[in-house]
Design a protein around this ligand. Sequence first.
Ligand code: FE2
Length: 302
Amino acid sequence: MAIAATAKLQEQFDAGLETRADFTIDQPRERYGAVDHAVWDQLYRRQMALLDGRACEAFIEGAQRIGLNVAHVPDFDAVSERLMAATGWRIVAVPGLVPDRIFFEHLANRRFPVTWWMRRPDQLDYLQEPDCFHDLFGHVPLLADPVFADAIHAYGRAALAVEDRALPLLARLYWYTVEFGLMRDADAKPGAAQGVKIYGAGIVSSKGESLYSVESAAPNRLAFDLDRVLRTRYRIDTFQKTYFVIDSFAQLFDALGAGIAARLADPEPLIAVEPHGAGDVLASDTVYTRGTREGWLADGDV
Ligand SMILES: [Fe+2]
């Protein structure tokens, strides 16, 4: 999502990369150095070890199936070839965040934009803007799952029809599902989770949040409800105060496609009401775990 597609993008443009009208570039593989490859290798191995038993099985399987288990920054064309065979998706290289409409257009055509550059070794644990590791490791493995792949496709198509004034609502939905979603899982490791597993890209690509989201007593874990999420503010600077838990990717498919189309055809009623705070628990919520609120900042919800 285009939150601040400014400095980094410009820096990459200035570096002389030829950027097409749809913001794609050819992955400039010659620009990766030994440090970039080492960072990928280190992050991949660290996160896969951490996610064993914590992330949903489709993610673990997908990462291996599309060939991310290589000791270097993956070749985007090679990943696309495997992904195409699995679900008809491919990845395209971009310099960084792309404008919303262009992003939706890519998704609606089963193309996932992936930032080409890698974070530096001193940024292993936190990075403000998405890099290649977040985009590729975080988002792409689940695109090898047929139902999840169709859900993101449906999201792109539905999002293209949404008016600009409703885009902040759409951002909340994307945030609480694609980026920070949890899923119910009867096989979740006892003690490691409250019967939930991780599927969100912002979680799987973060060491700290991979542990916090499923093991900490601090955050709320609430059953996913489309209207509820469309009305809920979120955090961009700290771990989430609340995680919304889906039952299945089929539920996600319904919400991200037909759900958006139905609820945002006329967004006015949802825009007109005051949004809920990121940490609120409502009487109408199905609560899996009510957070202790430990470590929460009082303000800063967006
Ligand atoms: Fe992301």
